[in-house]
Design a protein around this ligand. Sequence first.
Ligand code: SAM
Length: 233
Amino acid sequence: MTRSWHATVLTIYPDMFPGPLATSLSGQALDKGIWSLTAINLRDFATDKHGSVDDTPAGGGPGMVMRADVVAAAIDHAKSENPDAPLIYLSPRGAPLTQARVRQLSEGPGAVLLCGRFEGVDERVLKARDVEEISIGDYVLSGGEIAAMIMIDAAIRLLPGVVGDDRSLAEESFEQGLLEYPHFTRPRDWEGLAIPDVLLSGNHGRIAQWRREQAQELTKLRRPDMWAKVRGK
Ligand code: SAM
């Protein structure tokens, strides 16, 4: 039997998981065993009786920092359970998450995801355990848990058998370096707005060409950075 894609999440809030991932497509895939999840409580690796995971920042300043020794013990445990999966710290300082990285992750055995809280994690553990840092965007969340859920959701919908029709994945935004074309459905006329005639023509060649042009126009207008890359290919 093939092993399912496995997410191991390190967090001080394990009860947040699977959370919304237990709903809809990801929830059905979880029930079918296409993917699985373990949420490990970082506090279980604390060395004191209070379950402390954080301490004051060296050099002073506001907030608290997650301790290297506690986080390292949790990582070592997680890696022993999910040894081949990449180890990722969700972090606003990380490389921006892309559809290409999500696809790579979905093609692997899973992911070990470290969720920070407070001011973040002691830098030494990131170095000592060779942790990859990934950001889900240029804004700051209060913790890595929601970022981890976003990454898991994006990866598992690419696993075989999760999305009903695989063609919808191939044409999606970012897959070919373009944003997706616009969609329409019934009614044919709505509030004085009609579905473009070409989509009702039954001419598959013309429809495909129209969609390609729309995708290019949208990308040019909304994401000149992506358009420049497509043009540069
Ligand atoms: N002091 C940190 C900084 O300025 O970079 C922010 C810490 S934030 C309040 C707490 C945790 O939320 C981080 O350790 C990280 O795990 C998570 N987090 C916040 N923003 C994120 C983002 N854009 N992408 C991924 N994780 C994020």
